[in-house]
Design a protein around this ligand. Structure first.
Ligand code: BYC
Length: 470
């Protein structure tokens, strides 16, 4: 097990002190990162004392330390999972050969692009969530938001380390650019669509952490299989932190459902107007938010038919999540049938891997839906939350821009335009949800639209003062 050196300016378990050039380059980037955090990170909370976990080891048992600190003092560092002895490439045309400790020249630009795309999402999400602290539903939730923010900052460090350590000057330039693009910036937007969506309320945050962070889980798992060993090791450790982000999404939505059901019981009605009047979120509105963030996140897997996915897999750069659970790891002789607006097409499996990943992602997304629907069913209501069809509201792939309803049926464009506000949040829905976003900062108190969590953080009480705002 490798331990992390906290005496270093940049905590790390990669022996940075033995590589002065790399250390200097990263120390040069560090103040820029801190400046970015100051300008684009959680606005106005720099002096708050926050109960945060910090990674202190990559050991599965006891990898994190909990303590109270100011966010700018968080020890962002570089932690790679321990190497696996004699690790071999687990898929693609070079299967069985030793993994790469350096980047092969022929894959350099593609690997850099993949790492930059991954890295770009991390600060993007912090930027998107920048203003949410002002409208937190509780101190417990505020702390969770900040925990996610500092860890996304660390995930940026993880990718910047790879760029600096393995991609020379190009890598250093890309690391600068990661701080120069900004979410929603007209001139320099973030790379992937979802990360330019505004996030103005906590219902969106919970949906984002449920759906979009789950894409993160799938992408990181596919990189954990990579033949480029430093990328694999970095992503394996990032997944440990990622689990909490999805927990925030899943439990956040569960608590919204719970509160709504309580209000429905109290009022004896499922009338959205009356539920809204009691400052709770009616289930049809929640459904619209799920439709919005799920469909946006489905685009993050790329096109259903993709030559990039074929070459990334064949070369060994990017595998499938849980690659060992499949039988065939080369896929040269397999095909897959895909539905497109022009009809069914049979495509080489290698070109359909984005869709393979999207399908397993959707199955994973179903788990939360089942849990929420069980709550609704137990409360005696017929309403069920659903996931939209993977063809709905797509902007990437063969279904991009095709008018399709939430069940995946192609419909007339005028009808689509007309119905869209019944499927995703309308201006009215957003302004209603926005009206609920009033900050609650008394320890243990919750906003009216959300139930308390089942337990606090790290065995502390729900009433614990997780953030001290002075
Ligand atoms: N928006 O063949 P295609 C996370 C681009 S989330 C804009 O269809 P490919 C996190 C694509 O880049 C995980 N552009 O797809 C979550 C390509 O452009 P280039 C993030 C898009 O390449 C919450 C072109 O369209 N990680 O960690 O097979 C909080 C044709 O691409 C989009 C990654 O994404 C889109 N939605 O796969 C914090 C992993 N989709 O390269 C963090 C790294 C596609 O031709 N990225 N395009 O200029 C990848 O593995 C791949 O780039 C993608 C696309 C899976 C995104």
């Amino acid at each position: 097990m490798s331990s992390i050196d906290y005496a270093e300016k940049i905590p790390n378990n990669v022996n940075l002190q033995n590589d002065r050039t790399l250390q200097r380059a990263l120390e040069h980037w560090q103040p820029r990162f801190l400046q970015w955090w100051h300008e684009m990170g959680p606005a106005d909370f720099e002096s708050a004392n926050v109960y945060l976990r910090t990674a202190i080891s990559v050991d599965a048992q006891g990898w994190a330390h909990y303590g109270t600190l100011r966010m700018p003092d968080y020890r962002w560092g570089i932690f790679l999972a321990d190497p696996v002895a004699d690790r071999r490439i687990g898929f693609g045309d070079q299967m069985g050969q030793p993994v790469w400790q350096q980047v092969p020249g022929e894959y350099r630009s593609t690997l850099r692009r993949l790492i930059v795309t991954q890295g770009d999402t991390e600060p993007a999400s912090v930027e998107q969530q920048r203003m949410l602290g002002h409208t937190c539903p509780s101190l417990y939730d505020l702390r969770n938001l900040f925990q996610i923010n500092v860890e996304e900052g660390r995930h940026l460090w993880a990718m910047v380390y790879l760029l600096h350590a393995y991609f020379g000057r190009d890598g250093r330039e890309e690391a600068e650019e990661l701080l120069a693009r900004h979410s929603g910036d007209e001139n320099k937007p973030r790379i992937l669509t979802t990360f330019n969506e505004p996030m103005l309320d906590w219902l969106s945050l919970f949906c984002f952490t449920y759906f979009t962070d789950r894409d993160g889980k799938y992408q990181l798992k596919s990189f954990a299989e990579s033949a480029f060993d430093p990328l694999s090791r970095t992503c394996r450790f990032m997944l440990t932190e990622e689990a909490h982000h999805m927990f925030v999404g899943e439990t956040g939505i569960s608590r919204v459902v719970k509160r709504t059901l309580e209000v429905m019981k109290e009022l004896g009605t499922d009338d959205p107007a009356r539920i809204r009047a009691r400052s709770a979120i009616d289930l049809p509105t929640l459904q619209k938010y799920l439709n919005f963030w799920c469909s946006s996140s489905l685009d993050l897997f790329g096109s259903e038919i993709s030559s990039n996915s074929a070459s990334n897999f064949a070369s060994g750069m990017k595998g499938r999540p849980d690659e060992t659970t499949y039988d065939d790891h080369v896929l040269r002789d397999k095909t897959m049938k895909l539905g497109t607006p022009e009809g069914e097409q049979e495509v080489p499996m290698l070109n359909a891997l984005n869709e393979v990943m999207r399908e397993s992602y959707l199955k994973d997304c179903e788990i939360g839906l089942k849990r929420w629907n069980r709550m609704i069913e137990r409360a005696g209501h017929a309403f069920r939350l659903t996931l939209p069809s993977s063809r709905f509201r797509r902007s990437i792939g063969p279904w991009a821009g095709v008018p399709v309803d939430t069940h995946g049926k192609m419909i007339d464009r005028a009808e689509y335009e007309r119905c869209l506000e019944d499927w995703i949040p309308s201006e009215r829905d957003r302004s209603f949800v926005g009206s609920l976003m009033k900050r609650v900062i008394e320890p243990g108190k919750m906003a009216a639209w959300i139930a308390p969590p089942e337990r606090g953080i790290n065995n502390l009480a729900i009433e614990h003062e997780y953030v001290n705002l002075h």
